[in-house]
Design a binder for this molecule. Structure first.
Ligand code: C2E
Ligand code: CA
Ligand code: CA
Length: 715
C-alpha cells in the first residue's frame, strides 16, 4: 500500500518546524540568563512549548500523509509521543543552560536528543496501530535516526554559538539557524516516513479512536498557540534587550559623568587636583622623552577672600568661574589649567618653551585677571600673583610645582598683581620658603620660639589691663624672625596648628606664673584661621586651662575679623562654648575684612580691636577718624570693649580717649617685651601709667622689638 502526501500540509509542517526551532533558540537563550528559580520556570515552560511544537510539527507531517484506508490514532500512545517530545525538549534546554560546551557534552546530548525525537516519531507511527505491523526499511530507518541526531547536534551547536550575541546580528543568525533546524527536523520526519512499508491489507486498529480531523484541530491549535508563545517571547525578548541596551548606555553615560566629576572641579569644570597630578606627570614624562620643557604657572588670586565674605559665595563662585574661563582661553592644544585650591590655579604649558615665553604667558594671565569682572550689575576687581617654574631646569617632576609655588609667593611679596620666575635664591638662604619650612619644623623641635607680651592699657587711667602674646622666632641663622614672615609660610605648609598650640600652652603657663605671683594679668593669644577650624579647639583650650589651673578669665583669644566672618555653625558653637568656659573672645584687625557689625553682634565676642591702619592716620585724616568714631559707638552699643591697635603717638592717645576708646595698645606705651619686663613694669609701682607722661626713651632705639625698655618718665 502506498501513501500520499498533501503538499500544503507538508509545507505547513515545515513552517511549524521552523517556528519550533525559532522558539527553541529563543528559549535556550532565556534559560541561560537569570537566577536559578527563573531558570527552572523557563526550563519547564520552555520544555512544554518546545515539546508541543516539535510534536505538532510531527503530527502535521503525519496528517499530510494519507493511506487509502481510514486512519485514526490511539489516545494513550499519542499522549505518550507528546510526552517524549516534552522530555526531549527538557533535555535540550537543560543542556543549553550549561555554561561551557565541550564536544563530549554536545555529542552525548545530541545522541540522547536524536534518540528521543526518533522515539517520539516512531511511537507516533505506532499510535495508528496498523496491522499487520509496519515494516521499516533498515537503511532509511537508520538514516532517519542519524538525521535526528545530527539535527540535535546542529541545534545544540547553534544554541551555544548564539550565546552572548545581541542586536541585529543575533536576529539574522537566529533566522538562518531556525531554518536549518526546521529543515533538519522535517527531513528526519519524512525520512522516517519514507522508511515505512505498509502491507497491502493494512488495517488501522485505531481508526475509531482519535479522528484525524479532531487531531488536526488540536494540532492546529497547538501550532497557533505555540506560534503565539514564540511571537510573545520574541517581543518580550526584544523589549528586554532594548531595555538592557538603554540601561547599559545610561550606565555608560553615568559612568562617564562620574569619572568626569572625580577628575574635575564642579564649579569651574577645570581638572581638579587629582587629575592635575596625573596630567603634570604625563607632561613631564613626555618632555623628558623629547628633551622638551614644561612651564608650570602657579596662579593665586589676590583679594579673593573678602569678595566671598562680603559679597557672598554666589558672587565669589561667579568670579572663580570667569577667571577660569579667562585662564582657559588662548591655551595651546597640549596646555591645560587646573584648579587646585580655593582661589589657586595651575597652568601647565608644553611645547616650545623657555623663560621668556613662560614670562610672557604669566604676564598675559596677570593682565587677563586684572580686567574687571562683571557680576550681578557690578564690576569686581581681582588680580593674580603668578609664580613660574620650568621643568626640568628649576626642578624635577616632584619639585617643579613647589618651585612655582615659591615663585608665586615671591610675587605676592613683591606687591601682588605681578609674576615672578623661580630663582634659586627662593630656596637658598634669606628669602627662602622651602628652607624656612624645614627650619620651622626644626624650630618646633628645638624650642626656638619665644613669646613676647605687649601691654593693653586702659585709655582712661593707664592701668595695665592685659597683654597680647606675640610669637618670635629666634633662628640661629636668621636671627630674630618676625611672625609676619614665618606665620604665612607655616599656614601654607600646615605647620600653623603646631605653632599655635605651642603658643597657647606657653601663654597659659605664663598666666599661671603671674597668677602665682599674685598678678592677675589677662593674656591674649592669637588664633590662626586653621587653628580655629580644628574640631578639637575647645577641648584643647579647656585642657590647657586645666593643666595650668588658671582662671579662664585670664585667657583671651584673638580671632581675625575675616576668620570670624566665615564661621560655620560648628565654629559658631565653638565660640559659644569658649565663652561659656569664661574665655574672652576678641575680634582682631577689625575694619580690614568688611564685616557687617550686625553680624558681629550675634557673636559672643567681648572685645573689638580696631586695626592699626585706621589708627595710623586718624589724627591726620578726617575719614579715618570718622571710621574709628563710628566703630567705637557701634561696638559700645553692642556692649563690646574697644581696643585701638598700633598707637604710637600722644595725639592718637588723646583722640582715642576723647572718642571713648577703652583700651590702647601700641608702641606708645610699650613694644612687645619679655615677661620679666612686664613684671619689672608692675613692680616699679609706676602703674597706672599716666597717659600724658608715658614716653619712650631713646635708649634702646635701633635694637629689636623685644629688647627696648619701657621707661616711665617721672612726674
Ligand atoms: P596682630 O595680632 O595684629 O598683632 C599686632 C602686631 O602689631 C604685632 O606685630 C605688634 O608687634 C605690632 N604692633 C603693636 N603695636 C604697634 C605699634 O604701635 N606700631 C606698629 N607699627 N606695630 C605695632 P607682630 O608681633 O610682628 O605680629 C604680627 C602678626 O603676626 C600679628 O598681628 C598676628 O596676626 C600674628 N601673630 C603673632 N603672634 C602670633 C601667634 O602666636 N599666633 C598666631 N596665629 N599669629 C600670631
Ligand atoms: Ca592680635
Ligand atoms: Ca591686630
Amino acid at each position: 500500500m502506498k501513501g500520499e502526501y498533501s503538499a500544503v500540509l507538508v509545507l505547513l509542517s515545515l513552517a511549524v518546524a521552523v517556528m519550533a526551532s525559532w522558539s527553541a533558540l529563543d528559549l535556550a537563550r532565556r534559560v541561560t540568563s537569570g537566577d536559578s528559580a527563573a531558570t527552572r520556570l523557563w526550563l519547564v515552560t520552555g520544555a512544554l512549548v518546545l515539546g508541543s511544537g516539535i510534536w505538532s510539527m510531527h503530527f502535521v507531517g503525519m496528517l499530510a500523509f494519507s493511506l487509502p484506508i481510514k486512519l485514526g490514532y490511539d489516545v494513550l500512545t499519542t499522549v505518550f509521543s507528546w510526552f517524549i517530545a516534552v522530555l526531549v525538549s527538557l533535555l535540550a534546554l537543560f543542556l543549553a543552560t550549561w555554561q561551557s560546551a565541550n564536544l563530549r557534552l554536545v555529542l552525548g546530548g545530541s545522541v540522547m536528543m536524536g534518540l528521543g525525537v526518533s522515539a517520539m516519531h516512531y511511537s507516533g507511527m505506532a499510535a495508528m496501530r496498523i496491522t499487520p505491523a509496519i515494516q521499516y526499511d533498515p537503511l532509511l530507518f537508520a538514516a532517519s535516526v542519524l538525521i535526528a541526531i545530527l539535527a540535535s547536534a546542529t541545534a545544540l551547536f547553534i544554541i551555544f554559538h548564539l550565546r552572548g550575541l545581541r542586536g541585529s546580528s543575533l536576529l539574522w543568525r537566529k533566522c538562518v539557524s531556525a531554518l536549518v533546524m526546521g529543515f533538519a527536523i522535517t527531513g528526519m520526519h519524512y525520512t522516517g516516513m519514507a522508511a515505512a512499508r505498509f502491507d497491502g491489507a493494512s488495517v488501522c486498529l485505531a481508526a475509531n479512536d482519535l479522528d484525524p480531523g479532531w487531531l488536526a484541530v488540536t494540532v492546529a491549535m497547538l501550532a497557533i498557540g505555540f506560534m503565539m508563545v514564540g511571537i510573545v517571547a520574541a517581543i518580550f525578548d526584544h523589549r528586554m534587550e532594548q531595555r538592557t541596551n538603554k540601561l547599559s548606555s545610561q550606565l555608560r553615560v553615568a559612568n562617564g559623568e562620574l569619572m568626569h566629576a572625580a577628575l574635575h572641579d564642579a564649579l569651574t569644570d577645570l581638572p581638579n587636583r587629582v587629575s592635575f597630578d596625573a596630567r603634570l606627570d604625563a607632561a613631564t614624562r613626555q618632555a623628558r622623552a623629547h628633551n622638551g620643557k614644561v612651564a608650570v604657572l602657579y596662579i593665586d588670586l589676590d583679594g579673593f577672600k573678602p569678595i566671598n565674605d562680603v559679597l557672598g559665595h554666589h558672587v565669589g563662585d561667579e568670579v572663580l568661574r570667569q577667571v577660569a574661563q579667562r585662564l582657559r582661553t588662548g591655551l595651546r592644544e597640549d596646555d591645560f589649567v587646573a584648579r587646585i585650591g580655593g582661589d589657586e590655579f595651575v597652568l601647565v604649558s608644553q611645547g616650545p618653551m623657555d623663560r621668556i615665553a613662560a614670562g610672557r604667558l604669566a604676564q598675559r594671565i596677570v593682565d587677563a585677571t586684572a580686567l574687571p569682572i562683571h557680576v550681578v550689575e557690578q564690576d569686581i576687581h581681582v588680580s593674580a600673583s603668578v609664580g613660574v617654574a620650568l621643568f626640568p631646569d628649576d626642578g624635577d617632576e616632584t619639585r617643579v610645582l613647589v618651585c612655582a609655588d615659591a615663585a608665586m609667593y615671591a610675587a605676592k611679596h613683591a606687591g601682588r598683581n605681578t609674576w615672578r620666575l623661580f630663582s634659586e635664591d627662593m630656596t637658598g638662604t634669606g628669602n627662602d620658603i622651602l628652607g624656612m619650612q624645614r627650619a620651622i619644623r626644626r624650630a618646633l623641635d628645638e624650642d626656638e620660639f619665644v613669646l613676647h607680651y605687649q601691654p593693653k592699657v586702659s585709655a582712661l587711667d593707664g592701668s595695665l589691663r592685659g597683654v597680647e602674646a606675640l610669637i618670635r622666632w629666634q633662628d640661629p641663622q636668621r636671627g630674630m624672625v618676625s611672625p609676619g614672615e614665618f606665620i604665612p609660610v607655616a599656614e601654607r605648609f600646615g605647620l600653623i596648628n603646631a605653632i599655635g598650640f605651642w603658643t597657647l600652652r606657653q601663654a597659659c603657663c605664663q598666666a599661671r606664673d603671674w597668677q602665682r605671683a599674685g598678678q592677675h594679668i589677662q593674656v591674649a593669644v592669637n588664633l590662626s584661621a586653621q587653628q580655629f577650624r580644628q574640631p578639637d579647639l575647645v577641648e584643647r583650650v579647656r585642657a590647657c586651662i586645666e593643666e595650668f589651673g588658671i582662671d579662664p578669665a585670664l585667657l583671651a583669644l584673638e580671632i581675625t575679623e575675616s576668620v570670624v566672618m566665615e564661621t560655620s555653625s560648628s565654629a559658631r558653637r565653638a565660640l559659644d562654648e569658649l565663652k561659656q568656659m569664661g574665655v574672652t573672645l576678641s575680634i582682631d584687625d577689625f575694619g580690614t575684612g568688611y564685616s557687617s557689625l550686625a553680624y558681629l553682634c550675634r557673636l559672643p565676642a567681648r572685645q573689638l580691636k580696631i586695626d592699626r591702619s585706621f589708627v595710623v592716620d586718624m589724627d591726620a585724616v578726617a575719614e579715618a577718624r570718622t571710621v574709628v568714631e563710628a566703630v567705637i559707638r557701634l561696638a559700645h552699643s553692642l556692649r563690646m570693649e574697644v581696643v585701638a591697635e598700633g598707637v604710637e603717638r600722644a595725639e592718637q592717645v588723646a583722640l582715642l580717649r576723647a572718642l571713648g576708646c577703652d583700651l590702647i595698645q601700641g608702641y606708645y606705651f610699650s613694644r612687645p617685651v619679655l615677661p620679666a619686663q612686664i613684671e619689672a613694669l608692675l613692680a616699679s609701682g609706676q602703674l597706672p601709667l599716666l597717659v600724658e607722661r608715658a614716653v619712650w626713651t631713646d635708649a634702646g632705639r635701633g635694637r629689636d622689638d623685644g629688647v627696648r625698655r619701657l621707661i616711665v618718665a617721672q612726674a
